[in-house]
Design a protein around this ligand. Structure first.
Ligand code: NAD
Length: 462
């Protein structure tokens, strides 16, 4: 188990300046399992100063040295994989098998990809009579959500370190134990003091102090669109670069030539995994009117199979929010074919896997992000109609297209206003750029595109 309960600043573990702590709750049984420091502006200031002091040294290291440290970090995460999975399960409530297969494994792959990219990226290029250098942007303030606790951290910290930046991380208050484990891994990997710093605490206190700190050069935020908008406005006023990964309401478009049963089953699994707490989940399934009734039947059967196999949502507030969306769906005339608003269990923040049929594009449940195990099935008349419905929200994070012929699916995917599309159930690629069109965000994470967010360019003319 993790050995430290403090914040990790300048290579040392310490309590919050205020001495206050925050309880961490297991969403399965609602019991407090641990406490972490409640950092405030004073702790953020100490951490930002440490990151700034460490910046010149780390920025001057060779890409090969940074690659070696990131490779060591990857190895420590791999060695502590079981512990990571258990910790995520304890504070997020996800079933252990999912924590092992996704929450622990994906960040190891992403850390490994940045160890390779740090070694191979062209940080310098010739353009005619110029030499163009890609230099670290400076001190990064990283603010992460709870839904994929370690992935969200690694997707920011690994490219930032590969670029030569130093970091202050403020993780979500619901899942700080995974962040403490990550800080132990950073320490074990021999990354120098001050290069990575962890401040646990509440969003409107520690998070806001980090987003507003004048010593931070780039704020990289993943979370809700409401907070992202505020962080973007603060950064704009300070003429600071910002990276925002926000909400989504992605469409899963099943074209008439597709394998309907496969498309529906994979679509339901996509929405139910992680109890629907995935920003890129395909929460709107779009089916041609001739296949609609069959698809609804298949989706209801598939959702019922998930019954007690999905974990709870993260906290009581989130459960109340998801329930109120389900009630709203019923009120607005959508037809419940699986699940519903009732609590499926007397203890824990559980929501039954829920499927709505007869959802129209203007309904609240078709427009707003629910962030729970709730799928809406919509009907379309033809491809133009499907494209209009798919593109008819303020979001544009991800999506899926299914067709009998790959070229047909690709042609339709090119019409979608969204940052990432899976073709016929395409596999996750840790190097593919991830991020949003429209109000789903600004910037990209993962792979070379994710690395470039943390770099700025300088050109020298000869
Ligand atoms: P949230 O915005 O409330 O919190 C995210 C992080 O921001 C947390 O660390 C929180 O403490 C911090 N925070 C909260 N208020 C803050 C403030 N005023 N200033 C600075 N920081 C603050 O979001 P959430 O409810 O924890 O997460 C769910 C949302 O995140 C969903 O809308 C989801 O779509 C989005 N999300 C997006 C992605 C993506 O990659 N696009 C990934 C995961 C989650």
């Amino acid at each position: 188990m993790k050995a430290h309960d403090g914040m990790y600043i300048d290579g040392a573990w310490r309590p919050a300046a205020s001495g206050e702590t925050i309880g961490v709750v297991n969403p399965v049984d609602e019991q407090v399992i641990d406490r972490v420091p409640a950092g405030t502006a004073a702790d953020i200031d100490t951490a930002v100063r440490a990151a700034r002091a460490a910046l010149p040294g780390w920025a001057a290291t060779s890409p090969a040295e940074r690659a070696a440290r990131l490779g060591a970090l990857r190895d420590v995460l791999a060695a502590r994989k079981d512990e990571i999975a258990e910790t995520v399960t304890a504070e997020l409530g996800s079933p252990l098998a999912f924590s092992q297969a996704v929450h622990a494994s994906v960040p190891i792959a992403v850390a490994g990809s940045y160890a390779e990219l740090a070694a191979t990226h062209a940080f310098e290029e010739k353009v005619g009579n110029s030499t163009v250098y890609q230099e670290p942007i400076g001190v990064v303030g990283a603010i992460t959500p709870w839904n994929y606790p370690l992935h969200q951290i690694v997707a920011k910290v690994a490219p930032a370190l590969a670029a030569g930046c130093t970091v202050v991380l403020k993780p979500a208050e619901d899942t700080p134990l995974t962040a403490q484990l990550f800080a132990e891994a950073v320490d074990e990997a021999g990354i120098p003091a001050g290069v990575f710093n962890l401040v646990t605490g509440l969003g409107p206190v520690a998070g806001q102090a980090l987003a507003e700190h004048p010593g931070v050069d780039l704020v990289s935020f993943t979370g809700s669109t409401a907070v992202g908008r505020q962080i973007g406005a603060t950064a704009g006023a300070a003429i600071k670069k910002v990276a925002l990964e926000l909400g989504g309401k992605s469409a899963n478009v099943i074209l008439p030539s597709a394998d309907l049963a496969k498309a529906v089953n994979v679509g339901v699994a996509n929405v139910m995994s992680n109890s629907g707490q995935t920003c890129s989940a395909w929460t709107r399934m779009l089916v041609h009117r001739d296949q609609y009734d069959e698809a609804v039947q298949l989706a209801a059967t598939a959702a019922a199979k998930y019954g007690d196999r999905i974990g709870p949502v993260v906290n009581a507030k989130q459960r109340a929010r998801v329930r109120s969306y389900i009630e709203k769906g019923v009120e607005e005339g959508a037809r419940l074919v699986a699940g519903g608003p009732e609590h499926p269990s007397p203890q824990g923040y559980f929501i039954a896997p829920t499927v709505f049929a007869d959802v129209t594009p203007d309904m609240t449940i078709a427009q707003e992000e629910i962030f729970g195990p709730v799928l809406s099935v919509l009907r379309y008349d033809d491809e133009d109609d499907a494209a209009r419905i798919a593109n008819g929200t303020v979001y544009g994070l991800a999506g899926a297209v299914w067709a009998g012929d790959e070229a047909e699916a690709v042609a339709f995917a090119r019409r979608l206003e969204t940052g990432q599309v899976d073709i016929n159930g395409g596999r996750f690629n840790p190097r593919a750029p991830f991020g949003g069109y429209k109000q789903s965000g600004v910037g990209r994470e993962l792979g070379a595109h994710g690395l470039s967010e943390y770099l700025q360019t300088k050109s020298l003319q000869f």
